[in-house]
Design a binder for this molecule. Structure first.
Ligand SMILES: Cc1cc2nc3c(=O)[nH]c(=O)nc-3n(C[C@H](O)[C@H](O)[C@H](O)COP(=O)(O)O)c2cc1C
Length: 201
């Protein structure tokens, strides 16, 4: 079949994209408001994009009524955030934090998720995350307008906290010990338990 994206409504385009572009890593992003209230939410439009300078991006899209998500409001007020990575053990608490709580209500508190202080940014990190990147905002790129339009958030990585328990014999993170999940379409997820290697030509 051929899908003509130019004829799709945003919701339909979204549905086709999230059921084909997969698996997607999950950025579990902690932010803080100007009043000091913390926020935590998952985003799977997420990637590392360059090491020079070390930069990642994730994309909170606008809500169905066209307003910005709490994560974007917070980063506009306090331009710092932490991208926590999600292991299989954290899948359920991560999913809980996708609930649309009123602005200012903390998912850390609502769902009993332990926070740990960051070193270089104000938002705390998720204490149990195997990896947490402390980031300062590089820029926000607004793409599109209205419902589902993108706020592409580029973050400059300042520090990474990597749990000692996920380091392999070579001192690098071991994918098996990391046990990260990927998002598939709808409510489906993948684990990284089945792997293969290939030598590059
Ligand atoms: C695994 C997963 C991935 C998600 N990815 C995105 C995403 O890439 N962009 C987005 O806008 N919302 C995404 N969501 C939905 C947000 O997490 C949800 O709208 C959340 O309430 C936003 O929180 P906030 O308003 O506190 O920023 C995702 C949800 C889940 C469970």
């Amino acid at each position: 079949m051929v899908v003509d994206f130019t004829a799709l409504r945003p919701r339909e385009a979204y549905s086709w994209m999230i059921s084909t572009i997969l698996p997607r890593p999950v950025a579990w992003v902690s932010t803080i408001s100007a009043e000091g209230r913390t926020n935590l939410a998952p985003f799977s439009f997420f990637q590392g994009i360059t090491a020079n300078p070390p930069t990642l991006m994730f994309v909170p899209v606008n809500t169905r009524d066209g307003t910005k998500k709490d994560t974007v409001r917070n980063i506009e007020a306090v331009p710092e955030f932490v991208v926590n990575l999600v292991s299989f053990a954290l899948a359920e608490p991560m999913n809980q934090t996708a609930a649309g709580l009123p602005y200012g209500e903390s998912e850390f508190e609502a769902f009993g998720i332990a926070a740990a202080p960051s070193e270089t940014v104000r938002p705390p990190r998720v204490a149990a995350a195997p990896v947490a990147f402390e980031c300062t905002l590089d820029r926000i790129l607004a793409l599109g307008e209205g419902p589902l339009a993108a706020n592409v958030i580029f973050g400059r990585i300042q520090r990474a906290h990597i749990a000692d328990a996920v380091l392999g014999a070579d001192g690098r993170p071991d994918p098996g010990l990391l046990d990260l999940i990927g998002r598939l379409g709808g409510d489906a997820y993948a684990r990284t338990t089945e792997r293969f290697e290939m030598e590059r030509p």
